[in-house]
Design a protein around this ligand. Structure first.
Ligand SMILES: [Zn+2]
Ligand SMILES: [Zn+2]
Length: 308
């Protein structure tokens, strides 16, 4: 099966499971303690917003399964180019709280300035969140630079604040695909980018022998057919998988010297439910360092802003 539905968990179950994972990481890597404390603050806010959204009403999208199936068959993610109304008033308090958590967690004034720009109206939160939802990185970065704000930090807070919404949309769209044409199209999805939102995966989680890509934004889980570079589909000898740390063969890097892309691969007992995927990501930051030291990188987001 290409697209793997992951059932939702209660906030309590999620946070308990997160605690266990943070404790294990902190024991192995005491140097990560400050990063883990910050992640805990951010993830709790994101999980709380997810709970709020679960109890509210999602927008009614007129995206019939047949239409979505045809779109996926053309290699275009389901949500790309669609007009989607964002519940801005529900998301803004979390957006502001995320700025505060980042300010306290080490980002300092750079995060406080973003909060001030949102609260004073210098930066309109609706446009900011919409740019993140449509993955319009260049618009968001330009907007941040014009206001003297850190583009990376603005991208991060917007992405975190929108992620529970886009995760819920993804589940709404694909979670109940049944056996019709949409299921067939999802099973045929073999691209490296997310079938729902078009983002690249944060990591590949390997559970039960299945190499499952996990979207860095909406947490979709999908398993491309075949063993090849997820960015350029290279499957020859320029595409290799290696464990930089001999003692930890459960954490690997897929590197491709054709496109210079890399992907982190991590063995897990089970796929991480949203929003715990970022724990797998932080657990493997040393792999990012190793890949970048050897000249590999994660590619830019693909541009679907004008495609439907
Ligand atoms: Zn996605
Ligand atoms: Zn490649």
């Amino acid at each position: 099966m290409a697209y793997v539905p992951i059932p939702p968990f209660s906030r309590e179950t999620l946070l308990n499971s997160a605690e266990d994972r943070w404790r294990a990481i902190a024991a192995a890597r005491p140097d990560l303690a400050p990063a883990l404390a910050l992640q805990k603050g951010l993830l709790t806010l994101v999980a709380d917003l997810g709970t709020t959204l679960d109890h509210g009403r999602l927008p009614r999208l007129s995206l019939p399964p047949k239409y979505l199936a045809a779109k996926l068959a053309r290699g275009v993610p389901g949500l790309a180019g669609e007009p989607i109304p964002l519940p801005v008033p529900v998301l803004v308090p979390t957006l502001v709280a995320l700025c505060d958590a980042l300010a306290d967690g080490g980002a300092g004034d750079a995060a406080t300035h973003i909060r001030e720009a949102i609260e004073s109206g210098t930066m309109e939160p609706g446009s900011l969140l919409a740019a993140s939802l449509t993955r319009n990185q260049s618009a968001l970065r330009t907007g941040a630079q014009h206001r003297g704000l850190s583009p990376d930090l603005v991208w991060l807070v917007a992405e975190l604040a929108v992620s529970p919404f886009v995760h819920a949309l993804q589940r709404l769209l694909f979670g109940t695909a049944g056996d019709g044409p949409l299921r067939a199209a999802l099973d045929g999805w073999s691209h490296g980018f997310c079938p729902a939102c078009g983002s690249w995966p944060a990591v590949a989680e390997v559970a039960g022998g299945h190499r499952t890509l996990r979207c860095s934004f909406c947490a979709s889980a999908w398993e491309p057919a075949g063993y090849a570079c997820i960015y350029c589909r290279e499957s020859g000898e320029t595409f290799v998988t290696a464990a930089p740390d001999e003692a930890r063969k459960d954490r690997r890097l897929e590197v491709c010297s054709t496109c210079r892309g890399y992907l982190k691969t991590l063995d897990v007992p089970e796929l991480s439910p949203f929003p715990l995927l970022s724990i797998s990501d932080i657990e493997t930051t040393d792999l990012d360092v190793a890949a970048m030291e050897h000249g590999y990188r994660r590619p830019q987001l693909k541009d679907f802003t004008t495609r439907r």
